[in-house]
Design a protein around this ligand. Structure first.
Ligand code: NDP
Length: 454
């Protein structure tokens, strides 16, 4: 059977773009379908615009406490509308760069919503008119449509924002209630607070960032940023009402909180519904598409990468999955994605970074008696003259019998940059002795990783 394309990619986010570009470099005839701006969650409404907001918040925080360094400042005037406009321009620039590189590689871009009609055929729908714009076919189809914010099933939920809405704002609110204690909730709580918004954060458990090493959660909760955030724990949001242009949150305790708006950040879910895949009977893994180690679904022509499969939902993971897919199916390689020791960061201020096992997980797996913990907590030199001195924390989780380093965790400025490099050594199977024989670089924060003795 003749097909117009060798590969159709549905979704021009991190994973889809990586796969499309890599397949095109191998000479495949590739099409990519996207209903929004090219770039996906990371570029358009995730990592990139969020990190630019983090830089703004850090800059303000540094300026707020510059007096001790002899830098007199007469008060800082933050205009969130300028920041948000600049971010939108930068995001458009990056989106255009992706579009241009697709053009250079002869990848055909279809704008609209991709919908399966057979296992090899798709129609592209205009989201506004709902009319069919094109019908295309391909030997292989890669689904990379990403995720969308999960909505709480409570009255008034449509009054609340999701993280997608934050990037569409013209200016920041004066006050906000944030629901959730995960990545998105903590990052936005930190951004908003450091840029002057009053923040209340509602979490259903006891602590922020469940699943991370507990020392990281407690460092964040004790940080100067969080001493200015009102955390309400062990509670749930029950109802949202509109009150005189503001929103009222009613908690299950009956407490009522009035803020300019609410951000709900209670996780994300695969955005599969518009694809019309039910008739294909693809095997599922819970809410995710089930794939094998080569990202092949239960249908041999259809593949999936990114936030629609049950793997860490992170940009670099999706990019690698996309590239590995194209290396295997368009360049006859037999590569697999390495899911070991994936470094992770939460871009709060200061930031949290981690690679490998938490203390709790390591003890669960190897038993408490076989785990040794090395930990230090101190005020970094950069905070010497600051009024509110946040501490930093470094922690190494070691297997006592093999001396193998199982996990490294860090709370503090630039910790994401440090943990990225530490993850190389964990992938190489480093031992604590290897850390110990490495010369320190002084004065740095990261030197503590090689000077902790038990
Ligand atoms: P997370 O899974 O990180 O956190 C979800 C939070 O919502 C948790 O605190 C969870 O509580 C809470 N929650 C879940 N359901 C409910 C509910 N029904 N009622 C009240 N609270 C609830 O999701 P995010 O939305 O923050 O982020 C989604 C994903 O995006 C992340 O998992 C990550 O993969 C990715 N991401 C990565 C970033 C990075 O790399 N820096 C930044 C942003 C996103 P509990 O802990 O009790 O389950």
């Amino acid at each position: 059977m003749e097909f117009e394309f060798d590969l159709i990619v549905i979704g021009a986010g991190s994973g889809g773009l990586a796969a499309a570009k890599r397949a095109a470099t191998y000479g495949a005839k590739v099409a990519i379908i996207e209903v929004n701006q090219i770039g996906g969650t990371c570029v358009i409404r995730g990592c990139v615009p969020k990190k630019l907001m983090v830089y703004a918040a850090k800059s303000k925080k540094n300026m707020d406490s510059s007096d001790g360094y002899g830098l007199k400042n007469e008060g800082i005037d933050f205009s969130s509308n300028i920041l948000l406009k600049n971010i939108r321009e930068e995001v458009s620039r990056l989106s255009d760069l992706h579009r241009n590189s697709l053009k250079k590689l002869n990848v055909t871009v279809f704008e609209g919503l991709g919908r399966f009609t057979t296992q090899n055929k798709l129609e592209i729908i205009c989201p506004k008119t709902k009319k069919i714009k094109n019908k295309i076919s391909s030997k292989k189809i890669l689904i990379s449509v990403g995720g969308k914010p999960k909505k709480l099933n409570i009255p008034g939920v449509d009054l609340a924002w999701t993280s997608d809405d934050i990037f569409e704002l013209e200016k920041f609110p004066k006050s906000i209630l944030i629901v959730g204690g995960g990545y998105i909730a903590c990052e936005f709580a930190s951004i908003f607070r450091n840029l002057g918004t009053e923040v209340t954060q509602v979490i259903r458990g006891q602590h922020l960032l469940n699943g991370f090493d507990e020392d990281l959660s407690s460092c964040l909760e004790e940080s100067p940023t969080y001493t200015e955030i009102n955390i309400i724990s062990n509670t749930q949001l029950k109802t949202i009402n509109k009150v005189n242009g503001n929103v009222e949150s009613i908690l299950d305790s009956g407490d009522k909180i009035l803020t300019n708006n609410i951000l709900i950040a209670t996780g994300r879910e695969p955005n599969l519904l518009p694809l019309n895949i039910d008739f294909l009977n693809l095997k599922m893994d819970g809410q995710y598409l089930d794939v094998d180690e080569f990202n092949q679904t239960s249908n041999a022509n259809i593949f999936a990468v990114g936030d629609i499969i049950n793997k860490p939902n992170l940009t670099p993971v999706a990019i690698e999955q996309g590239r590995v897919f194209s290396d295997n199916f368009f360049n006859y390689q037999k590569r697999k994605v390495n899911y070991e020791y994936i470094p992770k960061a939460v871009f709060t201020i200061p930031e949290i970074s981690t690679v490998g096992l938490s203390e709790k997980k390591a003890k669960e797996i190897y038993s408490e008696k076989n785990i040794k913990i090395f930990k230090c907590k101190f005020t970094p030199m950069s905070n010497t003259f600051k009024k509110n001195k946040s501490k930093c924390m470094l922690k190494i989780v070691v297997h006592k019998l093999t001396d193998k380093v199982l996990g490294c965790h860090m709370f503090g400025e630039t910790s994401s940059e440090i943990i990225q490099m530490v993850s190389i050594s964990l992938n190489a199977g480093i031992t604590k002795k290897d850390f110990d024989i490495t010369m320190a670089l002084h004065p740095t924060i990261s030197e503590e990783f090689v000077t902790m003795y038990g």
